[in-house]
Ligand binder design. Structure first.
Ligand SMILES: *Cc1c(COP(=O)(O)O)cnc(C)c1O
Length: 346
């Protein structure tokens, strides 16, 4: 039985065609900015978003952390939703790297309203509280179950930032999913944010890589921060070539991942032992078990027995993520296995 890994969209392996693109990449030493493939990838992503410049990074954590470093000074505060990746899943890097604290907003599925952002700003003259410097938003939201922002709300938050002298960063690890689901364009986002970080290693199926996009000055300064964080890589063109390939071939197909996720959601909704399925817009499914019928452990081990792997999100929530390596055959098997879960008689 083949393993079916629904833990994350990061579990994918390069396709044969992606590997071929990687193997035939032209490379040089990127620390000297002399790797043609990395340069091509950076130009390509900058142009897609209609922004001036871009910089290739080994991870999305490093792109976010670099952006935060560049938009803040030690002692400052950034504003984000309580579910934000920059707050929950970057190892405390906000304080470690930038000496910055987070003001958490109690949003819905990882998304804040502009009024909430406005309320979260500390009065700049009141020197007892940290100086608010930056707003970070995430699209799609990871812990929020792949939810997509309403673009109008993002525009309203831009106005709040402008009126209060705050920088505006987008953690766009899964922005590609949002663009496909909402039929939006990267240019729309490029026009709105001071910096955007995007991941190539999630839905797009690359083994490695993220890109930070911004204006020339920001990206010039990002080069130094990346160096300090140890993110300067040498013949990184082999990896960048995967990114170029993915941008050309793996964006539109995300609709298939979304379709499968919504089918999984529909089955889960119909099952008596599932108590809640969060709305599904993209490739992430978050749901809860009715533990009076089956325990989480029993459910997980039932799936494991069928070589199906998913992940717990804490607070009784479980998560499945569809991706490039989750085939139609696997999908049919998972639907069957979910439908056949034996429930102790009540
Ligand atoms: C995955 C992810 C990142 C970056 O993760 P890396 O594993 O460091 O590449 C950042 N933000 C969100 C929302 C993510 O899902």
């Amino acid at each position: 039985m083949t393993e079916i890994n629904l833990i994350s969209d990061t579990v994918t392996k390069p396709t044969a065609a992606m590997l071929e693109a990687m193997m035939s990449a032209k490379v040089g030493d990127d620390v000297f900015k002399a790797d043609p493939s990395v340069n091509e990838l950076e130009d390509k992503v900058a142009r897609m978003f209609g922004m001036e410049a871009a910089l290739y990074f080994p991870s999305g954590t490093m792109t976010n952390q670099t952006a935060i470093k560049l938009h803040t000074a030690p002692g400052n505060q950034l504003i984000c939703d309580k579910y934000a990746h920059v707050y929950n899943y970057e190892g405390g890097g906000v304080s470690f790297n930038s000496g910055v604290s987070c003001k958490l907003v109690n949003g819905t599925r990882g998304m804040m309203r502009a009024e909430q952002v406005l309320e979260a700003i500390n009065p700049p003259d009141f020197y007892h509280s940290p100086l608010s410097a930056l707003v970070c938003v995430e699209n799609t939201t990871n812990k929020g179950g792949g939810a997509c922002w309403d673009f109008g709300e993002l525009q309203k938050i831009r106005e709040v930032c402008d009126q209060n002298g705050l920088a505006y960063h987008l953690d766009g690890a899964r922005i590609w999913n949002a663009l496909v689901a909402r039929k939006e364009t990267p240019e729309q986002y490029g026009a709105l944010f001071d910096s955007i970080s995007v991941c190539l290693s999630k839905g797009l199926g690359c083994p490695v890589g993220s890109v930070l996009v911004g204006d020339k000055e920001l990206i010039h300064n990002a080069l130094r921060v990346r160096k300090i964080l140890g993110g300067g890589m040498r013949q990184a063109g082999y990896l960048a070539a995967a990114g170029i390939y993915a941008l050309d071939h793996h964006i539109e197909r995300l609709a298939k991942d979304h379709q499968k996720a919504s089918e999984l959601g529909a089955i889960l909704e119909s099952l008596i032992y599932i108590s809640k399925v969060e709305p599904i817009e993209t490739n992430i499914i978050i749901f809860e078990i009715n533990t009076s019928l089956i325990s989480q452990e029993d459910f997980i081990s039932y799936l494991e027995k069928h070589q199906i792997h998913l992940i717990g999100m804490g607070q009784g929530k479980l998560r499945m993520v569809t991706h490039l390596d989750y085939s139609e055959d696997m999908h049919q098997r998972v639907l069957e296995v979910l439908k056949s879960c034996p429930i102790p008689q009540v």
